[in-house]
Design a protein around this ligand. Sequence first.
Ligand code: AMP
Ligand code: GLY
Length: 423
Amino acid sequence: MNVLVVGSGGREHAICYCVAKSEKADKIYCVPGNAGIEEYAECAPIGAMEFEKIAAFAKEKAIDLVIVGMDDPLVGGLVDELEAAGIRTFGPRKNAAILEGSKAFSKDLMKKYNIPTAAYENFTDPEKALAYLETARFPIVLKADGLALGKGVLICNDLEEAKEGVKTIMLDKKFGSAGNEMVIEEFMTGREVSVLSFVDGNTIKTMTSAQDHKRAGDGDTGLNTGGMGTFSPSPFYTKEVEEFCEKYIYQATVDAMKAEGRPFKGVIFFGLMLTEDGPKVLEYNARFGDPEAQVVLPRMKNDIIEVVEACIDGTLDQIDLQFEDNAAVCVVLASEGYPVSYEKGIPIYGLEEFKKHEGYYCFHAGTKYDGEQLVTNGGRVLGITAKGADLKEARANAYAAAEWVQFANKYMRHDIGKAIDEA
Ligand code: AMP
Ligand code: GLY
Protein backbone atom coordinates (compact mmCIF):
# COMPACT_ATOMS: atom_id res chain seq x y z
CA MET A 1 0.00 0.00 0.00
CA ASN A 2 0.96 3.65 -0.35
CA VAL A 3 1.52 5.41 2.96
CA LEU A 4 1.75 9.14 3.70
CA VAL A 5 3.27 10.41 6.95
CA VAL A 6 2.56 14.01 8.03
CA GLY A 7 5.29 15.86 9.94
CA SER A 8 8.95 16.79 9.74
CA GLY A 9 10.76 15.83 12.94
CA GLY A 10 12.70 12.98 14.49
CA ARG A 11 9.40 11.38 15.47
CA GLU A 12 8.24 11.25 11.85
CA HIS A 13 11.65 9.89 10.83
CA ALA A 14 11.19 7.08 13.38
CA ILE A 15 7.65 6.45 12.10
CA CYS A 16 8.89 6.31 8.48
CA TYR A 17 11.66 3.90 9.54
CA CYS A 18 9.01 1.55 10.98
CA VAL A 19 6.72 1.92 7.97
CA ALA A 20 9.66 1.13 5.67
CA LYS A 21 10.23 -2.13 7.59
CA SER A 22 6.62 -3.21 7.05
CA GLU A 23 5.93 -5.77 4.35
CA LYS A 24 2.64 -3.99 3.71
CA ALA A 25 4.26 -0.73 2.60
CA ASP A 26 5.01 -0.20 -1.07
CA LYS A 27 5.62 3.47 -1.55
CA ILE A 28 6.11 5.94 1.32
CA TYR A 29 5.54 9.69 1.14
CA CYS A 30 6.06 12.36 3.77
CA VAL A 31 4.94 15.99 3.97
CA PRO A 32 6.86 18.14 4.52
CA GLY A 33 9.50 15.61 5.73
CA ASN A 34 13.20 16.35 6.13
CA ALA A 35 16.57 15.37 4.66
CA GLY A 36 16.79 12.12 6.66
CA ILE A 37 13.25 11.00 5.89
CA GLU A 38 14.10 11.20 2.18
CA GLU A 39 15.99 7.93 2.60
CA TYR A 40 12.68 6.11 3.09
CA ALA A 41 10.05 8.42 1.67
CA GLU A 42 9.40 10.81 -1.16
CA CYS A 43 8.98 14.20 0.53
CA ALA A 44 6.86 17.04 -0.82
CA PRO A 45 6.98 20.68 0.31
CA ILE A 46 3.47 20.84 1.75
CA GLY A 47 3.01 22.26 5.24
CA ALA A 48 1.36 20.11 7.91
CA MET A 49 -1.40 22.73 8.29
CA GLU A 50 -2.19 22.89 4.55
CA PHE A 51 -5.10 20.48 4.86
CA GLU A 52 -6.55 20.89 1.37
CA LYS A 53 -3.17 20.43 -0.25
CA ILE A 54 -2.49 17.32 1.83
CA ALA A 55 -5.87 15.83 0.82
CA ALA A 56 -5.22 16.63 -2.86
CA PHE A 57 -1.71 15.14 -2.63
CA ALA A 58 -3.09 11.97 -0.99
CA LYS A 59 -5.63 11.58 -3.81
CA GLU A 60 -3.03 12.23 -6.50
CA LYS A 61 -0.62 9.64 -5.08
CA ALA A 62 -3.39 7.07 -4.39
CA ILE A 63 -2.52 6.98 -0.70
CA ASP A 64 -4.09 4.06 1.19
CA LEU A 65 -3.12 5.18 4.69
CA VAL A 66 -2.14 8.51 6.25
CA ILE A 67 -0.31 8.63 9.60
CA VAL A 68 -0.39 12.06 11.25
CA GLY A 69 2.59 12.57 13.57
CA MET A 70 2.26 16.17 14.74
CA ASP A 71 -0.03 17.81 17.27
CA ASP A 72 -1.03 21.00 15.43
CA PRO A 73 -2.74 19.31 12.47
CA LEU A 74 -4.44 16.78 14.78
CA VAL A 75 -5.84 19.49 17.04
CA GLY A 76 -6.79 21.51 13.94
CA GLY A 77 -8.83 18.67 12.44
CA LEU A 78 -6.67 17.18 9.67
CA VAL A 79 -8.02 13.69 10.36
CA ASP A 80 -11.63 14.87 9.94
CA GLU A 81 -10.71 16.61 6.69
CA LEU A 82 -8.97 13.56 5.22
CA GLU A 83 -11.72 11.19 6.32
CA ALA A 84 -14.30 13.46 4.70
CA ALA A 85 -12.29 13.09 1.48
CA GLY A 86 -12.48 9.30 1.87
CA ILE A 87 -8.84 8.86 2.90
CA ARG A 88 -8.02 6.30 5.59
CA THR A 89 -6.18 8.11 8.38
CA PHE A 90 -4.51 7.20 11.66
CA GLY A 91 -4.90 9.76 14.44
CA PRO A 92 -7.64 11.25 16.62
CA ARG A 93 -10.36 13.41 15.13
CA LYS A 94 -10.55 17.03 16.21
CA ASN A 95 -13.12 16.35 18.93
CA ALA A 96 -10.76 13.79 20.52
CA ALA A 97 -7.45 15.59 19.90
CA ILE A 98 -8.79 18.23 22.31
CA LEU A 99 -7.34 15.91 24.96
CA GLU A 100 -4.04 17.57 24.08
CA GLY A 101 -5.40 20.77 22.53
CA SER A 102 -7.04 22.07 25.70
CA LYS A 103 -5.50 21.57 29.12
CA ALA A 104 -8.69 22.99 30.71
CA PHE A 105 -10.67 20.26 28.92
CA SER A 106 -8.31 17.49 29.98
CA LYS A 107 -8.26 18.64 33.62
CA ASP A 108 -12.07 18.77 33.74
CA LEU A 109 -12.22 15.31 32.16
CA MET A 110 -9.88 13.88 34.79
CA LYS A 111 -11.84 15.50 37.60
CA LYS A 112 -15.17 14.25 36.26
CA TYR A 113 -13.93 10.68 35.87
CA ASN A 114 -11.74 10.52 38.99
CA ILE A 115 -8.46 10.11 37.09
CA PRO A 116 -5.55 11.05 39.41
CA THR A 117 -4.03 14.45 38.58
CA ALA A 118 -2.89 17.61 40.36
CA ALA A 119 -5.59 19.76 42.04
CA TYR A 120 -6.41 22.78 39.84
CA GLU A 121 -8.75 25.58 38.77
CA ASN A 122 -9.41 26.89 35.25
CA PHE A 123 -9.63 30.62 34.52
CA THR A 124 -10.77 32.72 31.58
CA ASP A 125 -10.68 35.97 33.56
CA PRO A 126 -7.19 37.20 34.57
CA GLU A 127 -8.65 39.17 37.51
CA LYS A 128 -10.11 36.00 38.99
CA ALA A 129 -6.84 34.16 38.45
CA LEU A 130 -4.97 36.91 40.33
CA ALA A 131 -7.49 36.84 43.18
CA TYR A 132 -7.13 33.04 43.43
CA LEU A 133 -3.34 33.32 43.69
CA GLU A 134 -3.62 35.55 46.80
CA THR A 135 -4.59 32.51 48.87
CA ALA A 136 -2.63 29.85 46.99
CA ARG A 137 0.31 27.74 48.19
CA PHE A 138 3.66 28.04 46.40
CA PRO A 139 5.32 26.89 44.25
CA ILE A 140 2.37 26.76 41.88
CA VAL A 141 2.03 25.84 38.19
CA LEU A 142 0.43 28.02 35.50
CA LYS A 143 -0.48 26.46 32.15
CA ALA A 144 -1.74 28.14 29.01
CA ASP A 145 -4.78 26.15 27.89
CA GLY A 146 -3.80 25.60 24.26
CA LEU A 147 -0.84 24.29 22.27
CA ALA A 148 2.33 26.26 22.97
CA LEU A 149 5.16 24.08 21.62
CA GLY A 150 5.63 22.59 25.08
CA LYS A 151 6.51 26.03 26.45
CA GLY A 152 3.21 27.19 27.94
CA VAL A 153 3.92 25.88 31.45
CA LEU A 154 5.30 28.23 34.12
CA ILE A 155 6.42 27.03 37.53
CA CYS A 156 6.17 29.99 39.92
CA ASN A 157 7.92 30.05 43.29
CA ASP A 158 6.06 32.94 44.90
CA LEU A 159 3.11 35.28 44.48
CA GLU A 160 5.10 37.89 42.57
CA GLU A 161 6.28 35.37 39.97
CA ALA A 162 2.80 33.93 39.66
CA LYS A 163 1.24 37.37 39.08
CA GLU A 164 3.85 38.01 36.42
CA GLY A 165 2.98 34.60 34.92
CA VAL A 166 -0.72 35.42 34.65
CA LYS A 167 0.27 38.62 32.85
CA THR A 168 2.60 36.74 30.51
CA ILE A 169 0.00 34.13 29.58
CA MET A 170 -3.33 35.98 29.66
CA LEU A 171 -2.55 39.65 29.06
CA ASP A 172 0.69 39.80 27.08
CA LYS A 173 -0.43 36.63 25.25
CA LYS A 174 3.10 35.30 24.99
CA PHE A 175 1.67 31.98 23.75
CA GLY A 176 -0.97 33.63 21.57
CA SER A 177 -4.56 32.43 21.79
CA ALA A 178 -3.33 29.40 23.77
CA GLY A 179 -3.48 31.82 26.71
CA ASN A 180 -7.16 32.79 26.38
CA GLU A 181 -7.78 30.30 29.15
CA MET A 182 -5.42 29.12 31.84
CA VAL A 183 -5.05 26.27 34.31
CA ILE A 184 -3.55 26.96 37.73
CA GLU A 185 -2.51 23.76 39.41
CA GLU A 186 -0.81 22.28 42.42
CA PHE A 187 2.96 21.75 42.12
CA MET A 188 3.87 18.08 42.32
CA THR A 189 7.23 16.41 42.87
CA GLY A 190 8.41 13.02 41.70
CA ARG A 191 9.91 11.22 38.75
CA GLU A 192 8.36 11.73 35.35
CA VAL A 193 7.55 8.86 33.00
CA SER A 194 6.14 8.97 29.48
CA VAL A 195 3.86 6.12 28.48
CA LEU A 196 2.64 6.05 24.89
CA SER A 197 -0.29 3.86 23.91
CA PHE A 198 -2.26 2.73 20.90
CA VAL A 199 -6.02 3.25 21.20
CA ASP A 200 -8.88 2.12 18.93
CA GLY A 201 -11.76 3.93 20.62
CA ASN A 202 -12.35 1.11 23.12
CA THR A 203 -9.18 -0.86 23.65
CA ILE A 204 -5.87 0.56 24.79
CA LYS A 205 -2.47 -1.13 24.50
CA THR A 206 0.44 0.64 26.13
CA MET A 207 3.92 0.67 24.65
CA THR A 208 7.15 0.33 26.60
CA SER A 209 7.84 3.29 28.92
CA ALA A 210 10.31 6.14 28.38
CA GLN A 211 11.65 9.24 30.06
CA ASP A 212 12.33 12.59 28.44
CA HIS A 213 14.79 15.35 29.47
CA LYS A 214 13.07 18.65 28.77
CA ARG A 215 15.56 21.21 30.07
CA ALA A 216 18.33 22.50 27.81
CA GLY A 217 21.23 22.06 30.24
CA ASP A 218 22.93 19.30 32.21
CA GLY A 219 21.44 18.66 35.64
CA ASP A 220 18.01 19.80 34.40
CA THR A 221 19.02 23.45 34.25
CA GLY A 222 18.19 26.10 31.69
CA LEU A 223 15.13 26.61 29.56
CA ASN A 224 12.50 24.07 28.63
CA THR A 225 12.97 22.58 25.16
CA GLY A 226 11.10 20.17 22.94
CA GLY A 227 13.24 17.40 24.53
CA MET A 228 17.02 16.88 24.69
CA GLY A 229 17.07 13.11 24.98
CA THR A 230 15.19 10.05 26.14
CA PHE A 231 15.70 6.55 27.46
CA SER A 232 13.48 3.50 27.36
CA PRO A 233 12.32 1.64 29.37
CA SER A 234 12.13 3.69 32.57
CA PRO A 235 13.41 1.64 35.52
CA PHE A 236 11.03 3.63 37.75
CA TYR A 237 7.99 2.38 35.86
CA THR A 238 7.69 -0.74 37.99
CA LYS A 239 5.07 -3.47 37.75
CA GLU A 240 3.33 -1.86 40.70
CA VAL A 241 3.18 1.54 39.00
CA GLU A 242 1.96 -0.07 35.81
CA GLU A 243 -0.81 -1.93 37.62
CA PHE A 244 -1.97 1.28 39.32
CA CYS A 245 -2.07 3.12 35.98
CA GLU A 246 -3.92 0.28 34.33
CA LYS A 247 -6.51 0.37 37.08
CA TYR A 248 -7.03 4.12 37.44
CA ILE A 249 -5.61 5.96 34.41
CA TYR A 250 -5.32 4.23 31.02
CA GLN A 251 -8.64 2.52 30.40
CA ALA A 252 -10.38 5.18 32.50
CA THR A 253 -9.20 7.85 30.05
CA VAL A 254 -10.32 5.90 26.98
CA ASP A 255 -13.72 5.18 28.58
CA ALA A 256 -14.11 8.82 29.62
CA MET A 257 -13.50 10.06 26.08
CA LYS A 258 -16.00 7.55 24.74
CA ALA A 259 -18.60 8.54 27.36
CA GLU A 260 -18.12 12.19 26.33
CA GLY A 261 -18.95 11.32 22.72
CA ARG A 262 -15.32 11.85 21.72
CA PRO A 263 -14.01 8.34 20.99
CA PHE A 264 -10.21 8.44 20.75
CA LYS A 265 -8.41 6.54 18.00
CA GLY A 266 -4.69 7.02 17.67
CA VAL A 267 -1.87 7.44 20.15
CA ILE A 268 -2.45 8.73 23.68
CA PHE A 269 0.73 9.85 25.39
CA PHE A 270 0.41 9.85 29.17
CA GLY A 271 2.82 12.25 30.85
CA LEU A 272 2.92 10.80 34.36
CA MET A 273 4.47 11.95 37.60
CA LEU A 274 5.24 9.29 40.19
CA THR A 275 4.35 11.19 43.37
CA GLU A 276 4.41 10.01 46.98
CA ASP A 277 0.63 9.64 46.69
CA GLY A 278 0.93 7.45 43.61
CA PRO A 279 1.13 8.13 39.87
CA LYS A 280 -0.71 11.21 38.58
CA VAL A 281 -1.30 12.55 35.09
CA LEU A 282 0.74 15.67 34.29
CA GLU A 283 -0.55 15.98 30.77
CA TYR A 284 -2.00 14.11 27.84
CA ASN A 285 -0.73 14.33 24.29
CA ALA A 286 -2.64 13.02 21.31
CA ARG A 287 0.37 11.67 19.39
CA PHE A 288 3.73 9.94 19.77
CA GLY A 289 6.17 11.94 21.90
CA ASP A 290 9.31 13.36 20.40
CA PRO A 291 12.01 12.26 21.24
CA GLU A 292 10.14 9.42 23.04
CA ALA A 293 9.20 7.87 19.68
CA GLN A 294 12.90 7.69 18.84
CA VAL A 295 13.56 5.19 21.64
CA VAL A 296 10.19 3.43 21.75
CA LEU A 297 9.54 2.69 18.07
CA PRO A 298 12.93 1.09 17.29
CA ARG A 299 12.17 -1.41 20.09
CA MET A 300 8.70 -2.33 18.79
CA LYS A 301 8.50 -5.83 17.33
CA ASN A 302 5.12 -5.43 15.63
CA ASP A 303 4.50 -4.26 12.09
CA ILE A 304 3.44 -0.65 12.63
CA ILE A 305 0.95 -0.75 9.77
CA GLU A 306 -0.86 -3.73 11.28
CA VAL A 307 -1.13 -1.90 14.60
CA VAL A 308 -2.37 1.43 13.21
CA GLU A 309 -4.87 -0.34 10.95
CA ALA A 310 -6.20 -2.21 14.00
CA CYS A 311 -6.67 1.16 15.72
CA ILE A 312 -8.61 2.50 12.75
CA ASP A 313 -10.72 -0.68 12.43
CA GLY A 314 -11.41 -1.11 16.15
CA THR A 315 -9.64 -4.48 16.33
CA LEU A 316 -6.73 -3.57 18.59
CA ASP A 317 -7.83 -6.27 21.06
CA GLN A 318 -6.51 -8.80 18.54
CA ILE A 319 -3.00 -7.32 18.45
CA ASP A 320 -0.29 -8.72 20.70
CA LEU A 321 1.87 -5.63 21.12
CA GLN A 322 5.48 -6.62 21.79
CA PHE A 323 8.74 -4.83 22.51
CA GLU A 324 12.29 -6.09 22.50
CA ASP A 325 13.70 -7.06 25.88
CA ASN A 326 16.51 -4.49 25.67
CA ALA A 327 16.93 -0.74 26.10
CA ALA A 328 17.48 2.36 23.98
CA VAL A 329 18.85 5.83 24.63
CA CYS A 330 18.47 8.89 22.39
CA VAL A 331 20.80 11.88 22.68
CA VAL A 332 19.62 14.96 20.80
CA LEU A 333 22.28 16.90 18.94
CA ALA A 334 21.14 20.50 18.89
CA SER A 335 22.54 23.79 17.60
CA GLU A 336 24.40 25.79 20.27
CA GLY A 337 21.99 28.43 21.59
CA TYR A 338 18.81 26.33 21.24
CA PRO A 339 16.03 26.97 22.29
CA VAL A 340 16.64 30.73 21.99
CA SER A 341 18.72 31.64 18.95
CA TYR A 342 21.18 29.65 16.90
CA GLU A 343 22.85 29.52 13.51
CA LYS A 344 21.55 27.29 10.72
CA GLY A 345 23.01 26.05 7.46
CA ILE A 346 26.12 24.47 9.04
CA PRO A 347 27.58 21.38 7.27
CA ILE A 348 27.09 18.03 9.05
CA TYR A 349 29.64 15.19 8.74
CA GLY A 350 29.99 11.60 9.89
CA LEU A 351 26.56 10.10 9.30
CA GLU A 352 27.93 7.28 7.11
CA GLU A 353 29.03 5.52 10.34
CA PHE A 354 25.40 4.65 11.12
CA LYS A 355 25.19 2.45 8.03
CA LYS A 356 28.04 0.34 9.36
CA HIS A 357 26.54 -0.48 12.77
CA GLU A 358 23.45 -2.48 13.70
CA GLY A 359 21.22 -1.02 16.44
CA TYR A 360 22.29 2.59 15.89
CA TYR A 361 19.97 5.21 14.41
CA CYS A 362 20.38 8.79 13.32
CA PHE A 363 16.92 10.36 13.23
CA HIS A 364 16.82 13.76 11.57
CA ALA A 365 14.89 16.65 13.11
CA GLY A 366 16.28 19.88 11.64
CA THR A 367 18.36 19.13 8.56
CA LYS A 368 18.27 19.87 4.84
CA TYR A 369 20.41 19.47 1.76
CA ASP A 370 22.30 22.45 0.45
CA GLY A 371 23.14 20.98 -2.94
CA GLU A 372 24.82 17.67 -2.05
CA GLN A 373 25.83 18.79 1.43
CA LEU A 374 23.70 17.98 4.46
CA VAL A 375 23.38 21.08 6.68
CA THR A 376 21.67 22.00 9.96
CA ASN A 377 18.23 23.53 9.63
CA GLY A 378 16.83 23.86 13.14
CA GLY A 379 17.42 23.93 16.87
CA ARG A 380 17.15 20.21 17.36
CA VAL A 381 19.21 18.77 14.50
CA LEU A 382 19.54 15.00 14.99
CA GLY A 383 18.40 12.33 17.45
CA ILE A 384 21.16 9.78 17.99
CA THR A 385 19.59 6.55 19.23
CA ALA A 386 21.39 3.38 20.20
CA LYS A 387 20.16 0.12 21.61
CA GLY A 388 21.91 -1.99 24.22
CA ALA A 389 21.26 -5.09 26.28
CA ASP A 390 20.43 -2.78 29.18
CA LEU A 391 20.14 0.97 29.79
CA LYS A 392 23.77 1.45 30.73
CA GLU A 393 25.00 -0.23 27.59
CA ALA A 394 22.50 1.70 25.46
CA ARG A 395 23.65 4.98 27.00
CA ALA A 396 27.33 4.22 26.38
CA ASN A 397 26.50 3.28 22.79
CA ALA A 398 24.42 6.42 22.19
CA TYR A 399 27.15 8.72 23.53
CA ALA A 400 29.79 6.91 21.45
CA ALA A 401 27.64 7.37 18.34
CA ALA A 402 27.05 11.04 19.19
CA GLU A 403 30.81 11.50 18.68
CA TRP A 404 30.64 10.12 15.14
CA VAL A 405 28.71 13.20 14.10
CA GLN A 406 30.36 16.57 13.61
CA PHE A 407 29.00 20.05 12.96
CA ALA A 408 30.55 23.32 14.07
CA ASN A 409 27.92 24.38 16.63
CA LYS A 410 26.97 20.92 17.92
CA TYR A 411 25.46 20.98 21.40
CA MET A 412 24.19 18.10 23.54
CA ARG A 413 23.47 17.26 27.14
CA HIS A 414 25.97 14.89 28.70
CA ASP A 415 23.68 13.44 31.35
CA ILE A 416 20.90 11.80 29.36
CA GLY A 417 19.89 8.72 31.32
CA LYS A 418 21.87 9.67 34.42
CA ALA A 419 18.83 8.69 36.49
CA ILE A 420 19.53 5.09 35.43
CA ASP A 421 22.36 5.03 37.96
CA GLU A 422 19.93 5.85 40.78
CA ALA A 423 17.50 3.07 39.91
P1 AMP B 1 3.30 19.67 30.54
O1 AMP B 1 3.46 20.33 29.20
O2 AMP B 1 1.97 19.85 31.17
O3 AMP B 1 3.83 18.27 30.58
O4 AMP B 1 4.37 20.40 31.47
C1 AMP B 1 5.73 20.50 31.10
C2 AMP B 1 6.60 20.15 32.27
O5 AMP B 1 6.32 21.01 33.38
C3 AMP B 1 6.34 18.75 32.80
O6 AMP B 1 7.06 17.79 32.10
C4 AMP B 1 6.80 18.89 34.24
O7 AMP B 1 8.22 18.79 34.32
C5 AMP B 1 6.40 20.29 34.58
N1 AMP B 1 5.07 20.29 35.24
C6 AMP B 1 3.87 20.37 34.65
N2 AMP B 1 2.88 20.32 35.56
C7 AMP B 1 3.46 20.21 36.76
C8 AMP B 1 2.99 20.11 38.10
N3 AMP B 1 1.68 20.15 38.39
N4 AMP B 1 3.89 19.99 39.10
C9 AMP B 1 5.23 19.97 38.82
N5 AMP B 1 5.74 20.07 37.58
C10 AMP B 1 4.89 20.20 36.56
N1 GLY C 1 8.73 14.87 24.53
C1 GLY C 1 7.53 15.49 24.92
C2 GLY C 1 6.54 15.66 23.86
O1 GLY C 1 6.63 15.07 22.81
O2 GLY C 1 5.60 16.40 24.07
